[in-house]
Design a protein around this ligand. Structure first.
Ligand code: PLP
Length: 430
């Protein structure tokens, strides 16, 4: 019934990290994001241990766009991870959290000049360059500032990961990165090694998100390794780092089967070892960038049920006090969720509901035909596996203030992101 083991039922209520979620909703208000600290840390350690066990020369980066806030940056730092940042705002947040700049990797398909300056001025460890325009601009900026930047290139390995179109990024028709098959990646490498102000340390690929099969990842690793060999053969260039990205799927529904990460890392390690041995290549350091798989299943969102509209022979609308503002993923990609009536968590989930938000959009839904225990007005609903790409994608549409986030641990909850006030909403209005 649940998507993670920090969730259980006590006295008929859903509990998260030993906290009664109905009580949390009462104390903190709704919508409320709830993150389980132990689960987040356990996931960080799991990836780190997997890599250390299977391939020693490795670094795990938390793809912070899944959930970027001060506390998550602090936790990622405490757990010894690196950080993938994709905007000036994410860099700023991470720096304010005391995250070491040298363990940050700056991604993005159209970094602005200001963002590049921010990264250079703060000595961000590596800039993952997306295209030749950026390469040129970065080299020039470094020259002006008298600094040298470590760079990687974002490569499209030409792998089609079987996931939603909007979260597929490895194929040639993608706005991200440089393609291998038309030679633009090779051109970029040749160009970069000529430039005085950048040091090419490796290549990066990221083939998509919420991917279940391990085949596309392994295929991408092989494609990238073949390119490493080509670079050695043609340019005599051996790169130190190989970043294989993130995108590991998580459990949103009972039926979702995430890959066994440990077995997967072991297989990737074998692929890299074997290829390098057979081809006389130095083994690169391997980087991976899990985002969703670190925070996704570690979070839930609580809402209060308002009106229930039963439209005979059509559907039952159960309305909640949040929606696309705090979780736009159904509106964006029809993402499926497990929902629990947290107030009646011991009752059978035999009522079919379309869970609708409060925004002025018909598409503002959390999901359709979802099975929950029949809700009464005022019940608390919990949407599971909302720790990734919910808060980080939240908006103020309809001037809804952004929701609060609490971190639960050992039966205690502490606020890590305050609820926005109406005053916050007009802060920048003139
Ligand atoms: C989004 C992203 C990730 C993380 O993806 P998840 O699906 O959250 O694991 C990693 N690397 C890059 C470059 C990304 O854009």
């Amino acid at each position: 019934m649940f998507t993670a083991d920090y969730l259980n039922v006590k006295n008929g209520h859903l509990c998260a990290g030993e906290c009664d979620t109905v009580e949390l909703a009462k104390t903190h208000g709704t919508p409320l994001y709830v993150m389980d600290e132990d689960t987040v840390r356990k996931n960080c350690r799991m990836f780190k241990t997997c890599m250390e066990k299977n391939y020693q020369n490795a670094l795990v980066l938390f793809a912070s766009k899944a959930l970027n806030c001060l506390e998550m940056c602090r936790i990622a730092n405490e757990e010894g991870l690196g950080l993938d940042v994709v905007s000036g705002g994410e860099i700023y947040t991470a720096l304010k959290a005391g995250f070491p700049a040298d363990r940050m990797f700056f991604h993005g398909n159209n970094k602005t000049r200001d963002e590049l300056c921010l990264a250079l001025d703060n000595h961000i460890g590596t800039i993952v360059v997306d295209n030749l325009f950026e390469l040129e601009e970065l080299n020039e900026l470094c020259g002006e500032k008298g600094v040298k930047a470590n760079i990687m290139f974002r490569i499209k390995p030409g792998i089609d990961a079987h996931t939603h179109d909007f979260i597929r990024t490895g194929q040639i028709d993608s706005k991200f990165g440089l393609a291998l098959e038309n030679g633009e990646a090779l051109e970029a490498v040749k160009e970069a090694v000529k430039l005085p102000n950048v040091t090419l340390t490796g290549l990066h690929c990221h083939i998509g998100s919420q991917i279940f099969g391990d085949e596309p990842f392994k295929e991408a690793a092989k494609v990238m390794l073949r390119f490493y060999k080509q670079l050695k053969d043609e340019l005599g260039l051996e790169l130190a780092d190989l970043n294989l990205g993130g995108g590991f799927g998580i459990k949103y529904l009972e039926s979702d089967q995430p890959m066994a990460y440990d077995a997967f890392m072991a297989q990737v390690a074998v692929i890299v070892h074997d290829f390098c041995k057979q081809n006389g290549l130095c083994e690169p350091r391997i980087l991976i960038e899990p985002g969703r798989s670190i925070v996704g299943a570690a979070g839930i969102t609580l809402y209060t049920v308002g009106a229930v509209k039963e439209i005979k022979n059509v559907r039952n609308y159960v309305t909640i006090d949040g929606g696309m503002c705090d979780n736009p993923r159904y509106a964006l990609y029809q993402s499926a969720y497990t929902v629990v009536n947290a107030s009646q968590a011991d009752k059978p989930a035999d009522y079919t509901a379309t869970i609708a938000g409060k925004c002025c959009e018909s598409g503002d839904l959390i999901g359709e035909n979802i099975k929950i225990a029949k809700p009464d007005k005022g019940d608390i609903l919990a949407v599971l596996s909302t720790g990734a790409y919910n808060y980080s994608m939240a908006s103020n549409y309809n001037r809804n203030p952004r929701a609060e986030m609490v971190m639960v641990k050992d039966g205690k909850a502490r606020t890590i992101i305050k609820r926005e006030s109406y005053e916050d909403l007009i802060r920048n209005d003139i």
